[in-house]
Design a protein around this ligand. Sequence first.
Ligand code: FES
Length: 133
Amino acid sequence: MLGPGEIDTGVSRRFLVVYAIAATGRVMSRITFVEHDGTVHEVDVESGSSLMKAAIDNLVPGIDADCGGECSCATCHVVLTNDWFERLGSPADREEEMLDMNPERQRTSRLACQIPVSEELEGIEVQLPEFQF
Ligand code: FES
């Protein structure tokens, strides 16, 4: 099903990703941000970025990133699905400390600035918590 403003080109997403890699040498991953009210933002992000930067660069609301990715503000809080949380591994000590300061923390909470984008993130979906809006 097509979203608002999307056009059916008859070309598969997989073809477009392979074509983009071949044409540019860059690997792009499709990331989906979901606001607390269900609003969906799908963005294509180049490897080497971070989930936080992906949100900021694509004007996704709910990610302030006040510290610019230095893991010292926790305004880039996202909540992952159980599956993605397990796949990405545990947060580092500094990220744990920052998350622990937030009473809204959930078991699968992460800081988006601490999640690097790679092709392994293709298809990830993250929730944007209401308290951050
Ligand atoms: S941007 Fe500040 S902790 Fe992530």
